[in-house]
Ligand binder design. Structure first.
Ligand code: FES
Length: 322
């Protein structure tokens, strides 16, 4: 297995969209067409040497010939967002993957409830544009810390679907602040929920939705990043490659992906934080110690797949479908 081929794209435009948020319009330098994408898709962007970050496409899916991404400058940047803000200029070439989508709209949903927190607006805006173009019913809630941090507001206010968008500012009047209990109060079987934003926002929204009775098949979410939690109980274990019977030892300081790579076995990776699902691997035997934010709790409980970039083992060994 290997990662798909990459694209070299030129930054045609870089624009400040809000406090600490820049958008980047990327085009093919020779004007060649770009691979199509669907709402919710992202690009893996090689932001600096050795740094790959995922950024969602935020323009309507039918605007071909360019990709638009937006990047939040993260205070605790591991290099990706800082490099995008400080080092990347118009005219520069960026290496990106073809669009990938782990956050698709469910086909045929009668209504969609879109919840964005902060920079999570990027895939959610693309979904709103897509749903509006196809005439599908939706309601969007966009939650930000302050109005200055709200990106693309002018675009949303000018859109034909402006009345379907609700902006909630933490520092604004009480009556416009987000009320998750009220928004998620009526889970009906024909409405699908989409959530994207920082971890605190995601955790609050998803736990409220589950408590209100939203079923997992109608909850769709995408984490942008997540701190991989090291545990004092992280221990050594073995992985067995089912195809050859080869046994590899994973030390407590290694990830499974690192142990596999050291033995010449490549598993495609992207985020290396358990949020993108690129490395998802089938588990044939053994019990994983799930540390990802990609699988739902129900999927994790099945213990038949795991994310070897961050997840480990509760059992002494895992037999992997590799
Ligand atoms: Fe993203 Fe493992 S590489 S979940």
């Amino acid at each position: 297995m290997s990662n798909p081929p990459e694209l070299q794209l030129r930054v045609a435009r870089k624009r400040v969209e809000a406090q600490d948020i820049c958008s980047f319009e990327l085009v093919e330098p020779q004007g060649r067409p770009l691979p199509a994408f669907t709402a919710g898709a992202h690009l893996d962007v090689r932001a600096s040497v050795g740094t790959v970050r995922q950024y969602s496409l935020c323009q309507p899916f039918d605007q071909v010939g360019r990709y638009v991404i937006a990047v939040l400058r993260e205070p605790a940047s591991r290099g990706g967002s800082r490099a995008m803000h400080d080092d990347v200029r118009e005219g520069d070439l960026l290496t990106v993957s073809a669009p990938k989508n782990h956050f698709e709209l469910a086909p045929g949903a009668r209504k969609s409830l879109l919840l964005a927190g902060g920079i999570g607006v990027t895939p959610i805006l693309c979904m709103a544009e897509t749903l509006a173009r196809t005439g599908a019913a939706f309601e969007m809630h966009y939650c930000v810390r302050s109005h200055e941090r709200a990106a693309f507001v002018g675009q949303m206010q000018a859109a034909a679907f402006a009345s379907s968008v609700h902006l909630h500012c933490d520092d604004g009047p009480a009556e416009q602040r987000v009320d998750l209990q009220a928004i998620l109060d009526q889970p009906d079987e024909h409405t699908h929920l989409y959530v994207c934003g920082p971890k605190g926002f995601m955790d609050a929204t998803l736990s409220t939705a589950r408590a209100k009775g939203w079923t997992e098949d109608r909850i769709h979410f995408e984490y942008f990043s997540a701190e991989v939690v090291k545990s004092t109980t992280d221990a050594d274990f073995d992985v067995v490659l089912a195809s050859s019977g080869r046994v590899l030892h994973v030390t407590r300081d290694q990830t499974v992906v690192q142990a596999l790579a050291a033995a010449g076995v490549e598993v495609p990776t992207s985020c290396e934080q358990g949020v993108c699902g690129t490395c998802l691997t089938r588990v044939i035997e053994g019990v994983p110690d799930h540390k990802d934010m990609y699988l739902t709790p129900a999927e994790q409980a099945l213990n038949d797949q795991f994310t070897p970039c961050c997840s480990r083992a509760k059992s002494k060994r895992l037999v992997l479908d590799l």
